[in-house]
Design a protein around this ligand. Sequence first.
Ligand code: GLU
Length: 299
Amino acid sequence: MTLGRFAPSPTGVLHLGNLRTALASWLSARKAGGRWLIRMEDVDGPRCRRDLGEAQLRDLAVLGLESDGPVLWQSGRSAAYREALAALQRADRLYPCLCTRKDLQLLASAPHLEDGLRPYPGRCRDRAWEGFDRALRLRLPPGEVAWQDLLLGAQVDDPGALTGDPLLFRRDGCFAYHLAVVVDDGAQGVTEVVRGVDLRSVTATQVRLQEALGLPRPAYAHLGLVAAPDGGRLGKRAGALGLGSLASQGIPVLELVGWLGWSLGCQDRSEPCTAADLIAAFDWARVPKGEVRVPGAWS
Ligand code: GLU
């Protein structure tokens, strides 16, 4: 049975791009007659806040998107992450990384690969094991990873060239994004990962980590981003495009859902509707592959 999930980081307000991803993952799971979970990815230290996560859950509920099971908060999952690290160490796949804090910051949190971010060059790759109180990286095997993206079709990436050996544990004691996401998708039995195309470039790395942990590979769909009306990046404006500020501009929730549904190819025009109204028409073959632009009146 299909099990989809939406996995936001509770570091701010969910903007239109996040809401679109949430709706697409929910629609895909519902269309398949499957289940859908929300997971709070709050492993990224002080930037993650419980109250922001609770507010995100309220916004999702307003759209009609509620988790079919308990919401998993990653901050409570340390034992599972530690166990996964131990398994990787037994298989001789981990090495300590003593690179500078600056290197670690670049690669640690949810890695929307920004300009200037380089794959880890493997400087510490041959270091001998020194225990679990070091920053730890996964030794990637050479070679490319191929997958069939539900939206983008056949994809091939070389994880070594994109991220290099991923950081799994940080010197400050935090578990890194790649480890948490892969362990939890496996533990929850997620079969379908729908997320923004800004995370497409980490998929091959996460597949390698799944393989190293003996976990099954979910299906992936990487959605185009939501852009400004002129096609530029939303950037700072994204923050103003949350449910609360759209509501205060007088935009009814059903209008927003209708627009999101239109942007996902479920309706020909942006007509107000509920999320449930969109299920029957949802079809990955009709979802636009590229970016969508926010209506000028909203931004
Ligand atoms: N928590 C990540 C984010 O906020 C998404 C992780 C995922 O969907 O794999 O972008």
